[in-house]
Each structure stands twice: as structure tokens, then as C-alpha cells.
Write a protein that binds this ligand. Structure first.
Ligand code: ADP
Length: 241
């Protein structure tokens, strides 16, 4: 069967305030899943819980793991990676070095200490996938905002993330960059489970296979773009009624 991430009853309680309140999601491999909803709906907190940054209760089963019981680095090793709205790359290091370091999560401490010639093939593959081959030796700090987002996605590729959780990857991008990003996600998403938090409804309409709408910590509805857009409750929460 297909790989998937199954979330059941996920709840994140901040001193009695449930930022995420009993969320159920089944996220299949090979589809682009989008997570939308007004500010404060709980989207980021949901992703934080799935990546071990905040404690959650319930179940988040991926393969043999319940992600909710794992520390962040164990979650990365289990094959689940994320990006942040503000790209977190090493600015002084080259594009290639950033990718190589990200690949280090799968090497043991003693292997990290060994001298190596060149970079592993999977680093070159990731560089090709994200289209930054010409910039491989430039410091990541000189990259444009959009290119940094692609580098972060490349870092997830070398980590061999099978589940990718992306927080507004196209925010601040030009139309061409958004299109390139959507096509990149479609390519790498065939063999992965990709979940994108997104506010840009143009982008969602263009690339979403499934859309989950969150509101007040809960799943309000889910379906295709057309289905959720036709849902009156969705229009109501966006208009703040
Ligand atoms: P979204 O990503 O959908 O905009 P968030 O997940 O950022 O929503 O926030 C959901 C709710 O949880 C908001 O009301 C926010 O203020 C609250 N929240 C987020 N993080 C914390 C925290 N560490 N402590 C208390 N409340 C928080």
C-alpha cells in the first residue's frame, strides 16, 4: 500500500488553551496536501507538534513510529522534515555545504569525522532537483528569498524526508518562482507526502490535490479546492463572521 501519515485526535494544550483541538488527518503519499485557515487557526502549531517542537497528545503514526513520542532529531531520522517561513540556512556556508551538512543527519558521529573527497551523489541530485546548480559555490546568504526556500527544500531531500511539512514556501515569491516551486513540489511529491501551509489561494487552486481547512484548532472541512470553496462555513470563517 501507499505510504501515509495518520493523525488522530491530535491536541496541543497551552495552559488550558487548545491551539490544536482533536485533529484527525490522513495524509497519503503522492498528493499535494494544503493546510489553510485564518490566522490563529492552529496550522503552525499542528506542524510544530508533528515535528516535536511542542508537545501534543493523540496519535501521529508514520510507519512504525508515533511521532508524538519522539524528540525532533528522531523525527528527522524517521523521515519527517519541515521548512519554516523564514528559511533557516547557514548564510556563510555555500549552497553545496548547506546541503552536505543537512545530509549529515544520516551519518554517525565517527563518519562525520572522516575526511571525504567531494560530495555524495545525493547532494548533487538534490542540487539538480532544486535548480541551484549554477549557485552551488555561492554563500547561501547571497541567495534571493525564493532560492533560500528551494535550498531548504533541497536540505529536506538530502535528509531523505519522506514527509515534508512546508510553512508558506511561496510567500514573497514572484509569479515565476511560485510556478517553479509548485512544479518542484509536484515532482518530488510523487514519492513523498507533502503538506503545505498556505495563504496564497492562487497557489492552492493551481497545485492542491487536497485541501484541509482549519479553524479554531479544528478541521472545519476537507476536500478538493472546489469542494472547500463551495462550503459556506469556509467563507464564513474567512470573513470572520
Ligand atoms: P496559524 O499557524 O494557523 O496562524 P498558530 O498555530 O500559529 O496558528 O496559532 C494557533 C493559536 O495558538 C493562536 O491563538 C496562537 O496565539 C496560539 N499559540 C501559538 N503558540 C503558542 C504558545 N507557545 N503559547 C500559547 N499560545 C500559543
Amino acid at each position: 500500500g501507499r505510504d501515509y501519515l495518520e493523525v488522530r485526535g491530535l491536541t496541543v494544550d497551552f495552559d488550558g488553551f487548545k491551539a490544536v483541538d482533536g485533529v484527525d488527518l490522513t495524509l497519503l503519499q503522492g498528493r499535494l496536501h494544503f493546510l489553510i485557515g485564518p490566522n490563529g487557526a492552529g496550522k503552525t502549531t499542528l506542524v510544530d507538534a508533528l515535528t516535536g517542537l511542542v508537545p501534543g497528545t493523540g496519535l501521529a503514526r508514520y510507519g512504525a513510529h508515533d511521532l508524538l513520542g519522539l524528540k525532533p532529531h528522531r523525527i528527522v531520522r524517521a523521515g519527517v522534515g519541515r521548512t519554516f517561513q523564514t528559511a533557516t540556512v547557514f548564510e556563510e556556508l555555500s549552497v553545496l555545504q548547506n546541503l552536505d551538512i543537512a545530509g549529515g543527519v544520516h551519518r554517525r558521529a565517527w563518519q562525520l569525522a572522516l575526511p571525504r573527497r567531494g560530495v555524495p551523489a545525493y547532494v548533487d541530485d538534490a542540487l539538480d532537483a532544486i535548480g541551484l546548480g549554477d549557485l552551488r559555490d555561492r554563500p547561501a546568504g547571497v541567495l534571493a528569498h525564493g532560492q533560500k526556500q528551494w535550498l531548504e527544500i533541497g536540505m529536506l531531500l538530502v535528509q531523505d524526508a519522506r514527509v515534508m511539512l512546508l510553512d508558506e514556501p511561496v510567500a514573497g515569491m514572484s509569479a515565476e518562482e511560485r510556478e517553479a516551486t509548485g512544479e518542484l513540489l509536484q515532482r518530488i511529491g510523487r514519492e513523498r507526502t507533502i503538506v503545505v501551509i498556505e495563504h496564497d489561494m492562487e497557489f492552492v487552486r493551481r497545485f492542491a490535490d487536497t485541501v484541509t481547512v482549519m479553524h479554531a484548532g479544528r478541521v472545519l472541512t476537507e476536500g478538493t479546492v472546489a469542494e472547500v470553496q463551495a462550503d459556506e462555513r469556509v467563507q464564513e470563517v474567512y470573513l470572520g463572521r
